[in-house]
Design a protein around this ligand. Structure first.
Ligand SMILES: Cc1ncc(COP(=O)(O)O)c(C=O)c1O
Length: 379
């Protein structure tokens, strides 16, 4: 059976290095913080070019929450988030009492649309959370221009994109950037884990404090913070995997290129209602392909064929965030609060895309040639 993310094959390949690193931690008696975590933070900063402070924490979701606390988000503040992404960015804003405002996306790249961001800016807007969706960098040049003009901060959610780059590395665009080390991420550990990155010394100090019970020194708590730590075992695993990240990303990109070529050929003869179009990756972006995502005009029909061919798939994401029950109250209706209808306002791209999107296995340990043979036989 093909797995969606083949973590067992990855472990098999690095078994010797991983077991040695894991044993060292277990024998060390130091399980939280300590030299492994410090070494990982240093190595992550070096990977990003050396100008970035790295602070690890317990998950990507915690990292977003800590970033928002560092920016001093107050109840009632508004933060613009993409409408089509994992729930965490909007959820963290809401949990801190803020109001997420849902920006539409580009229907081809699936990234946040700067035009839509601009339209949402109001007197209570404090910042933008830009997500590097599926491993492609968000349009930071335009977003930064908007942020500068309106005095907003940018939090870069790079949970899916550690290792991506355009003219600069992902995780260096935002005032604060975050990533997730959830096991299936391009750089994943064996549990939950996350990190924050910033070039700003003051933010870095504050992040460390918030992640450690708001504490500057032992039993001295400057602010109410949280307990969000990466443990030493996860750090040791991540240090091994970081050494192999670039070679894995090369294979992920090769896998994606094989799919691209297959779907280009398929679309030459497919009927309009059967076309399957990959997410557009902007020229110059080196994507991590956390997901290889396509838009299938007939998603249900495609799913039946994938099932017949025993090819695993995931739907990232089946709903735009604005339509999630938990966010109904946050929706800002245009036209002065008048509830809009489909006739007045057609669905935004985020909603349209959520009806077509579907992701295929792409990790460095997936045999994409085998999957393409199965697709050829079934499509
Ligand atoms: C875009 C995005 N942001 C944040 C997160 C949250 O990361 P974690 O699962 O480590 O809390 C995820 C996880 O899937 C994600 O995809």
């Amino acid at each position: 059976m093909i797995s969606f993310v083949n973590l067992t094959a990855q472990r098999e390949k690095y078994r010797f290095e991983l077991e040695k690193a894991e044993r060292e931690v277990l024998d060390s008696g130091c399980y939280i913080g300590g030299p492994q975590v410090q070494a990982l933070e240093k190595e992550l900063s070096e990977y990003l070019g050396g100008n970035t402070h790295t602070i690890t924490c317990a998950s990507g979701t915690d990292a977003l929450t800590i970033a928002l606390m560092t920016m001093e988000l107050h109840p009632g503040d508004e933060v613009i988030v993409p409408d089509f992404t994992f729930i965490a960015p909007a959820e963290c804003v809401a949990l801190l009492g803020g109001f997420p405002q849902f920006a539409d996306i580009d229907r081809k790249t699936l990234q946040i649309d700067p035009k839509s961001v601009k339209e949402l800016i109001g007197p209570r807007t404090k910042g933008i959370i830009a997500v590097n969706l599926f491993g492609q960098c968000a349009p930071f040049k335009e977003l930064r221009e908007i942020a500068t003009e309106h005095k907003l901060w940018i939090i870069e959610d790079s949970a899916q994109a550690f290792g991506a780059r355009t003219n600069q590395m992902a995780c260096t665009f935002g005032d604060i950037a975050i990533t997730s080390f959830y096991p299936s991420k391009p750089l994943g550990c064996y549990g939950d884990g996350g990190a924050l990155f910033t070039a700003n010394e003051d933010y870095a100090q504050k992040i460390r404090m918030i992640a450690n019970h708001g504490s500057a020194g032992r039993y001295q708590h400057e602010i109410a913070g949280m307990n969000s730590r990466l443990d030493a075992l996860q750090a040791a695993v991540l240090r091994v995997k970081l050494r192999h990240l670039d070679e894995e990303l090369v294979v992920r990109r090769q896998n994606a290129a094989m799919y691209d070529a297959f779907f280009a050929e398929y679309n030459r003869t497919a009927a309009a209602g059967e076309k399957i179009v990959p997410q557009k990756i902007e020229t110059g972006c080196k994507c991590t392909y956390a997901q290889y995502t396509v838009l299938a005009e007939n998603r249900e029909g495609f799913i039946q064929k994938l099932k017949a061919a025993e090819i695993p798939y995931c739907i990232h994401y089946p709903s735009a965030l604005r339509n999630q029950p938990c966010f109904r109250l946050y929706r800002k209706e245009p036209l002065g609060g008048i509830i809009w209808t489909e006739e007045d306002h057609p669905d935004p791209n985020s909603v349209k895309v959520s009806r077509k999107t579907i992701s295929l296995p792409v990790c460095a340990f997936t045999d994409v040639a085998e999957i393409i043979e199965k697709l050829k036989a079934n499509l």
